[in-house]
Write a protein that binds this ligand. Structure first.
Ligand SMILES: C[S@@+](CC[C@H](N)C(=O)[O-])C[C@H]1O[C@@H](n2cnc3c(N)ncnc32)[C@H](O)[C@@H]1O
Ligand code: SF4
Length: 421
């Protein structure tokens, strides 16, 4: 998953403490670093336009890293997952979800970006990734020059897997390095060590793929400025065309969340975190990377088009466990637990039995929402259609949600949301 919710370092400063009230050294330097960030993303895109991007969540990892709160399934440390029924069954499920999702309009243009995120998508056998692309092609269409990105972890792929992925159309890789220090990788609970990091970089580079990104995390526990400098330098030396730099988010319920308090040792202070951010911006800008959004840097012509979709507030489909979609101006997250997600897909398929849409006055449209998702919708002021992932319910748009009885299912109440533009 791309990290849109990762706060840039200056957003970790308590809200009460405005930039202008920070110690002069921090506030003035943060402002100058912020000015480095390109404003190319600022355009007036209509979020109600048909989506041309799809996020596909592949949740499998060998183990859970100590900072990670993504919806994942830990598979254990064996190396061969070729015939693992957990992966095969999940891929079948996600294909069912895709098939049951109706394109938002009959004139829906083909998809221009696909992003396989996780989890560790590189654990999924390429032939299964290929089957998902095939279903997306059949259901929505995929442009012949679409950007197809995949997240990969060191230690989960070899030359052959890399070649197979490229052959099936993957043309962008995001490699999760995180740190170039063995001790930090270990402290983060990563399933790989430094040697595998260097091997993975070697495999990606020798495949001839130019469009690849390297992920780093700053503000890790026990990370010093010297370590960070070394990580940035080694990242530059690896010469990816894109680098993502995320400031550590200490998430509740993770091992780090239980052990550490932001701003307190062994985590860096806010001032130190600001130094990490400044150092990344300066080092990468000096090395010829454009700081095109808060956490992302790229060489000319190598912005991640899928990422830009998010930043420009464009619509996108989301498929898979816990994934979010943004359609018709509405954001909706799928269940994070596998069993609930299975039920969600089933409901989506059953939804075809529901009458839809019920109202079409002027520019309004209506969708059905299964009762079991209503609470979720209310909590988030979001809703989903049972017949697709058409969404309604954000506050900024005038939305009414009324209860209806589904014609063909007396015990399954559905909710109809009518959205007025
Ligand atoms: C969804 S993760 C998946 C990628 C891959 N499985 C991996 O771990 O490298 C995408 C990126 O998010 C970042 N990330 C994940 N959890 C984070 C956290 N709590 N704080 C900051 N960055 C995080 C990592 O840099 C990671 O590479
Ligand atoms: S490998 Fe990536 S997705 Fe999996 S637990 Fe670690 S950070 Fe999370």
């Amino acid at each position: 998953m791309l990290k849109l919710n990762f706060k840039p370092i200056f957003a970790t400063i308590p809200k009460k403490l405005k930039i202008s009230t920070l110690p002069l050294s921090v506030s003035s330097s943060l402002q100058s670093v912020r000015e480095n960030v390109s404003n190319n993303l600022i355009t007036s895109i209509n979020p109600l336009s048909p989506p041309t991007s799809a996020y596909i969540h592949l949740p499998f990892c060998r183990k859970r890293c100590h900072y990670c709160d993504f919806p994942i399934v830990a598979l254990g440390s064996m190396n061969q997952f070729e015939d693992d029924p957990r992966i095969i069954n999940y891929v079948q499920l996600i294909c069912r979800e895709i098939k049951a999702t109706k394109p938002i309009s009959t004139t829906n243009p083909p998809l221009e970006t696909l992003f396989f995120g996780g989890g560790t998508p590189s654990l999924v056998p390429p032939k299964l990734v290929s089957s998902i692309i095939q279903v997306l092609k059949e259901n929505f269409g995929v442009c012949s020059n679409a950007e197809i990105s995949i997240e990969m972890d060191p230690g989960t792929f070899d030359e052959m897997k890399m070649r197979e992925l490229l052959e099936l159309g993957v043309n962008r890789v995001s490699l999760g390095v995180q740190a170039f220090q063995q001790e930090l990788l270990k402290k983060c609970g990563r399933a790989h060590g430094l040697e595998e990091v260097h091997d993975a970089i070697g495999i990606v580079k020798s495949s001839g793929l130019e469009n690849w990104s390297l992920d780093l995390i700053s503000s890790l526990p026990h990370q010093t400025l010297e370590m960070w400098e070394e990580s940035l330098e080694l990242a530059v030396k690896a010469s990816p065309t894109h680098v993502s730099v995320y400031d550590l988010q200490v998430e509740q319920g993770t091992k780090f969340g239980n052990l550490y308090t932001p701003g307190e040792f062994p985590l860096p202070s806010e001032t130190q975190s600001a130094e990490f951010y400044k150092m990344a911006s300066k080092t990468l800008s000096k090395a010829g990377y454009e700081h095109y959004e808060i956490s992302s840097y790229c060489k000319k012509g190598y912005t991640c088009k899928h990422n830009v979709t998010y930043w420009q507030n464009r619509a996108f489909y989301g498929f898979g466990l816990g994934s979010a979609s943004y359609l018709g101006g509405m954001r909706f997250s799928r269940p994070k637990k596998m069993k609930e997600y299975m039920g969600y897909v089933q409901d989506l398929e059953d939804g075809d039995k529901c009458p839809r849409p019920v109202k079409r006055r002027g520019s309004s449209f209506a969708v059905f929402i299964h009762e079991k998702y209503r609470r979720r919708c209310h909590n988030m002021n979001r809703a989903t259609s049972s017949s697709g992932s058409l969404l309604v319910g954000e506050n900024q748009i005038d939305t009414e949600v009324e209860e209806r009885q589904s014609k063909d299912s007396v015990d399954k109440r559905t909710y109809v949301a009518v959205q007025h533009f």
